[in-house]
Design a protein around this ligand. Structure first.
Ligand SMILES: [Zn+2]
Ligand SMILES: [Zn+2]
Length: 542
């Protein structure tokens, strides 16, 4: 192959933030590049920062314009921060999608759970496969993580090979699926690796993360010694953890009852794709009440304190079938995602108040992260020996720690942020351009741009309240009725004791009386004048 043009990389999400990963690779030159998209992820919005917003997506305006030049999308794994925006964004791109069986089945199950979501055709490729996506020669590398079928990608191009690590860790016994494919990664090192685009999530942590099998042992002990009922909550997508809990329950003769739709969905997909093959059948929720307390285990959604999820409803004694009482044991086989601590605290306190024992990862090895700590990162870098390390998948601190570790090992690094177009080859790697990047917010069923008025207005409303002045004007500009004033979240009286509604009313009348008729005939102009008089922010003319 003759190397023509350039090999470039750009993150459109996930760099400088946790969540909504979307990376693009380009082959060609500035006049025309062919793109490979890796992952189309989402982020959950923090309620207090984004009132009324459920989800955030990377802004893909650039990709929509470049649609005809996109060879395809490869999904590394089925975590929401990597594939969660597919149902909403793919219809705007309609390009080929590649994923392994579990990821494809998860996407299909998700689509079935969202009425009206469009069908996303996926070309299913087996783990470890090598296939062409336009000019990109893509090879999957199985990696251990916290969901089945996680993949790193080797991209072979005329300019050299790139390793896109995706989310990974080293775990000699991951309970489900093979360990990270060390042989393939070492072979890549021998073949030559131009650049590694790598997961930075746990770069602040020394040493190695414990194995999923260590967690399984600890869970088995805690489940075997529980005096009454046991409930375990974990991330629904962590099939290895579900398996560990199922094995532990079987070892002490407890039946497993799944509680929560997400848990049921993942278990069904995992069974269909062969990841829970020798695991016993689970019992229905109706069976829960009939089983003796020491013969049942509830595996629940709600590890993040989500108020509508199974565990919160059980803690509030609002679940129709599943109840817990004094002396029962609840295990949080999870870690709080930053921002969820308060919600989780509410659930835990609710349980403890009922005399239920709560076990978390603060005191027991009941959870491990799916991301590599420093010693694991050192191993990978030693196998692959990349010519350049580009830290991604993390906040600024994680990225900086990843880069510092790489430099200590003697490897060059390049720092970039969402929207930076990075030249990987030929020549010295550097940021050569900016491409539009930003956020989209999902507001109910509507997508709005991150810089739109809606979000800013709602955030302001959550601090400052509103005064609504309704004015009726005739077509000729005459006042048709008394202005109506309504206060929402505003004190009734100003410090001097005057009613704020009266002040707004007077301001509206004075303004209208002094406004030339020509301006009164224009609803926009009249509304703006009244707003200024009241020091209010502008609504729509009614
Ligand atoms: Zn992941
Ligand atoms: Zn991730």
């Amino acid at each position: 192959m003759v190397a023509v043009g350039q090999l470039v990389f750009a993150p459109l999400g996930g760099v400088g933030e946790i969540g909504m990963n979307l990376a693009i690779y380009g082959l060609g030159d500035e006049r025309r590049r062919t793109w490979l998209v890796v992952d189309v992820g989402t982020s959950f919005a923090q309620e207090e920062q984004m009132p009324g917003i459920d989800l955030m997506f990377p802004d893909i305006g650039f990709l929509i314009e470049e649609r005809r030049n996109i060879a395809g999308i490869v999904l590394t794994h089925a975590h929401e921060d990597h594939y969660g925006a597919m149902l909403d964004l793919w219809p705007r791109l309609r390009v080929p999608v590649f994923a392994t069986p579990f990821t494809a089945a998860m996407l299909e199950a998700k689509r079935n759970g969202e009425p009206g979501a469009s069908d996303v055709p996926v070309k299913v490729v087996p783990p470890g496969a090598r296939f062409a996506v336009g000019p990109f020669d893509v090879e999957l590398v199985s990696v251990a993580h916290s969901i089945p079928e996680s993949n790193a990608l080797i991209l072979r191009t005329p300019h050299g090979n790139v390793l896109h690590t995706g989310d990974w860790k080293l775990d000699p016994n991951p309970v489900i699926g093979p360990p990270t494919d060390e042989a393939k990664l070492r072979a890549l090192g021998a073949e030559g690796c131009l650049a590694m685009i790598g997961d930075s999530t746990n770069a602040v942590r020394d040493g190695r993360s414990p194995s999923e099998s260590d967690v399984a042992r600890s869970l088995a002990e805690l489940i075997a010694t529980a005096p009454g009922r046991v409930a375990v909550t974990t991330f629904a997508s962590n099939v290895a953890r579900i398996r560990a809990v199922a094995d532990a329950a079987r070892a002490c003769d407890r039946e497993v009852v799944l509680v929560g739709r997400a848990m049921e969905r993942v278990v069904q997909v995992a069974r269909e794709t062969g990841h829970l093959e020798d695991v016993q059948d689970f019992r229905s929720q109706e069976a829960y009440g009939y089983l003796p307390p020491d013969k049942v285990l509830a595996l629940c959604t709600g590890s993040q304190g989500e108020p509508r999820a199974a565990l919160a409803r059980i803690a509030q004694d609002e679940h129709p079938e599943v109840t817990l009482s004094r002396g029962d044991r609840v295990i949080f086989s999870s870690r709080p995602i930053p921002g969820n601590e308060k919600a989780i605290g509410r659930v835990i306190n609710g349980l403890i108040d009922q005399g239920i024992e709560v076990i978390t990862d603060r005191t027991h090895l009941v959870h491990v992260s799916g991301h590599p700590r420093r010693a694991e990162m050192e191993d990978l870098i030693g196998w692959v020996k990349p010519g350049l390390i580009v830290p991604v998948h993390g906040e600024a601190l994680h990225l900086a720690e990843h880069a510092a570790l790489a430099r200590r090992l003697g490897y060059p690094t390049l720092s970039c942020r969402n929207g930076d177009l990075v030249l990987l080859a030929p020549g010295k790697p550097s940021v050569i351009d900016k491409i539009p990047a930003g956020r989209l917010y999902k507001d109910g069923r509507i997508l709005v741009a991150g810089d739109s008025r809606t979000i800013a207005d709602r955030r302001r409303l959550s601090f400052s309240g509103i005064v609504v002045v309704a004015i009726a004007l005739t077509g000729k500009g005459d006042v048709a009725a008394e202005p109506q004033v309504e206060l929402i979240g505003v004190p009734e009286r100003e410090p001097g004791g005057r009613a704020i509604a009266d002040i707004a009313h007077e301001a509206a009348i004075d303004t209208l009386e002094n406004l030339p008729r020509a301006r009164r005939r224009d609803p926009d102009s009249a509304a703006e004048a009244v707003r200024r008089a009241g020091g209010l922010s502008r609504g729509g003319p009614a």
